[in-house]
Design a protein. Sequence first.
Length: 492
Amino acid sequence: MSGTYLGMPAFPEAARAAVRNPTLRGNLRHATHTIRDKRARAVAELDDWAALREAGKRIKDHTLRHLDRYLVQVEEAVTAAGGTVHWAADADEANEIVVRLVKETAEREVVKVKSMATQEIGLNEALEAEGIHAYETDLAELIVQLGKDRPSHILVPAIHRNRGEIRDIFRSEMSEWGRPAPEGLTDTPAELAEAARLHLREKFLRAKVGVSGANFMVAETGTLVVVESEGNGRMCLTLPETLISVVGIEKIVPRWQDLEVFLQTLPRSSTAERMNPYTSMWTGTTDEDGPRTFHLVLLDNGRTDTLADEVGRQALRCIRCSACLNVCPVYERAGGHAYGSVYPGPIGAILSPQLRGTGSAIDASLPYASSLCGACYEVCPVAIDIPEVLVHLRERVVQGGPAVRQGNRVVLKPAKGHAAERAAMRAAQWAFTRPGALRAGQRLASRTRRLHPRTLPGPGRAWSGSRDLPEVPAEPFRDWWQRTHGGKDGAK
């Protein structure tokens, strides 16, 4: 199971299989509607939500413009506080660093805080290959791990599972990972939560190494911040002797004061809470409390390439709230697995093709995994214009062009399978720049409209397979206008 799931089919094929699963669609519909309705009520409580949203956008844009300076500042602050900073250009380098650090402790198991960055690089698999067991402690991540499954949502990785399925997973799999599920376990939430609590408690008390990500890094102090709702993450951050945090370089905020904005917008946009039940912050190490050794792994893995794209870089503002997933009609029907990435939904459709490139079938298809309805932009707490980036990436897929990959400026070739689309666009360009040809084509289309097929042939079948072809009018608009208005005084 790869952290990036490369080799999966393109999104249309994967989504086609997902929408035929009624249980999956029911689980997704119930969960997304519940979360987004609660979020809407939580956001409505703030009169200054629009101002907070704009402030978050500006803070993130300022940080990205000066990222080089703030990264150095973070390194200096973390080092001064007793931590050690490592730089990882890609997933392989990050995994090598973490594996080496764990081996240096002579431990063979680690407990993990929920982390998108470690999923992105496939850290669990890298540790497993070296004989090191990584135990997920977030409840939803635990369900996914026990079920030998993949996350399908940024905030609720097991959103595609219902309570009955979770009960069956606990009953059959817990004993292989540690303490077995209690006898007679039912699917009531309280019993499921207690079974997970008992299963994880022995791991918390035994583990000497913890692995985390971070929601934010404060440049001026070197402080890392993790927000969560369960408290399991705090156990991982405080009990082990060694803590290793893998954090994307875009997670920086310049000042401690900047957290004021995000600690209001993130919980309301993600869990629909006024504040997170657990907000953990740590700065380096202390002799009296917490881990004795702290390592920070700063992860690039395509982020610098994304930063070089003037349109696409806004994806790096993302604070991983998942609000865009919960309002997306495509995600609601297809689910997260169809996106072939740890970043599903609208944000995944713009982030994954930039971090990984558009060379694979799945990544070339992701910019098309949207209806461009704009709901994702409306709910984004840092105002990422996801539809704008989607259109930008579609152009890159179809036409290729200049881009930055692995720090080098390159010219991308058009992705395979879009020759007909490029030909259609060239034909449209030719016609729209020649009024006489356009007028003749419109008249021909109107006069032959009775002969038009109900669906398009060849490559066009993919478009008309889920849409009705618009009916051609009896006469073109130009002819109608000339006939009804053209001879009147003052008509233009």
